[in-house]
Write a protein that binds this ligand. Structure first.
Ligand code: FAD
Length: 331
């Protein structure tokens, strides 16, 4: 990588990742689904065919996809989100720190539900190559299409993806059967499969109870719906935190490569946003993450350049490398 990184006035660091979960599944209580239309309490405003718990990227994308599915046209679908209404995305504003590298399958999904053009018209960075390498060995892998013809990924701000999805829901010509309720936190769930009742019940923080035939949990890493469905997950606290930032490149360039270097303390990634800006996702030990957050912009930039460029003696074992990195940053 030839570009050096210098601080942008827009840098805004945040500490992320309390605990990473190996499984972030959508939990579907398919057992409570019924085709018995005659017995549905259609007149009740509090009954839905499908309730999606959680209006993040997964829940909102699913709500749009289900709403646009002609087979489900006669189904009442409810998207329940605990937070206030989404604040929207402003293309004139600085880049957000929360961005995602999405693969071509996700692009196709967005295209199929009509959300892609909205994003493309604002700001999507097309990535032609991903280069991942190890700091303690010669191991290196590159992902690219032949002659860089096709993208290997696209980098998009999470807020832009959400904005595009909510725009689809707002334009209810195709999603009129989808209702969105904000400030509606799920506090408890009783599944029909457990109670023997015809419908599953969803209890909200405001005291309301809703019923549904199909309940989908899209309420994030610590999903309450998943817990109440007794779905096992394997999770591991591996004492790492992620630091995210937006940095400015020293010289403008095509900036179509996503870089990731595996340091003994964890991977650091540089994802292109524009010809002059990249997004940083730096996973590292908890003390080191705290240390990074306390650095001045100039010192953070120096540490980031070292993380990408500094040689680490190959004869060091990973354990020794760990000490090496710590010593280097903390003195
Ligand atoms: C630093 C970082 C970088 C990442 N980079 C990438 C990447 O490059 N590519 C990629 O594919 N993924 C990436 N990910 C992962 C990706 O961001 C997540 O997998 C994705 O955002 C999860 O979306 P979600 O909708 O399942 O959950 P969330 O975004 O957590 O949304 C859950 C929603 O449910 C709501 N909710 C929670 N509990 C309740 C409740 N009880 N009642 C009602 N609503 C509730 C919340 O308010 C929230 O809106 C990254 C993650 C991080 C932290």
């Amino acid at each position: 990588m030839s570009a050096l990184i210098k601080p942008s006035g827009t840098r805004n660091l945040r500490l992320l990742f309390k605990q990473l979960h190996a499984v972030r599944a959508i939990c579907v209580s398919s057992k409570c689904y019924t085709d018995d239309h005659a017995q549905k309490p259609k007149s009740s405003a509090e009954h839905y065919d499908i309730i999606i718990g959680g209006g993040g990227l997964v829940g909102t994308a699913l709500a749009v996809a289900l709403g646009k599915n002609k087979v489900l046209n006669d189904k009442r679908i409810l998207l329940l989100e605990g937070a206030p209404p989404f604040r929207g995305f402003n293309v004139e504003a600085q880049y957000g720190n929360r961005v995602s590298a999405i693969n071509n399958n996700s692009v196709e999904l967005f295209q199929s539900i009509g959300a892609w053009d909205y994003m493309e018209e604002r700001r999507v960075k097309h990535v032609k190559q991903m280069q991942v390498w190890d700091a303690c060995s010669d191991a290196l892998i590159k992902f690219q299409d032949e002659h860089f013809a096709a993208d290997v990924a696209c980098i998009i701000e999470n807020d832009l993806m959400l904005d595009a999805l909510y725009a689809q829901l707002a334009d209810n010509t195709n999603t009129q059967n989808v209702e969105v309720r904000n400030n509606s936190r799920i506090e408890g769930v009783q599944l029909s499969v457990d109670t023997g009742d015809k419908y599953s019940q969803v209890h909200l923080k405001d005291g309301k109870t809703l019923t549904c035939e199909l309940l989908i949990g899209a309420d994030g890493a610590n999903s309450l719906v998943r817990k109440q469905m007794n779905i096992d997950v394997f999770s591991l606290e591996y004492q790492r935190r992620g630091v995210v930032a937006t940095v400015q490149l020293e010289d403008p360039c095509d900036n179509t490569v996503a870089w990731q270097r595996f340091l003994p303390t964890g991977p650091v990634a540089l994802l292109p946003l524009s010809d002059t800006l990249s997004s940083v996702v730096w996973s590292t030990t908890i003390p080191h993450a705290k240390h990074l957050l306390e650095l001045s912009e100039a010192d953070f930039t120096k540490a980031l350049n070292e993380a990408f460029f500094q040689g680490i003696p190959q004869e060091w074992s990973c354990c020794q490398c760990n000490e090496y990195i710590k010593f280097d940053y903390w003195t």
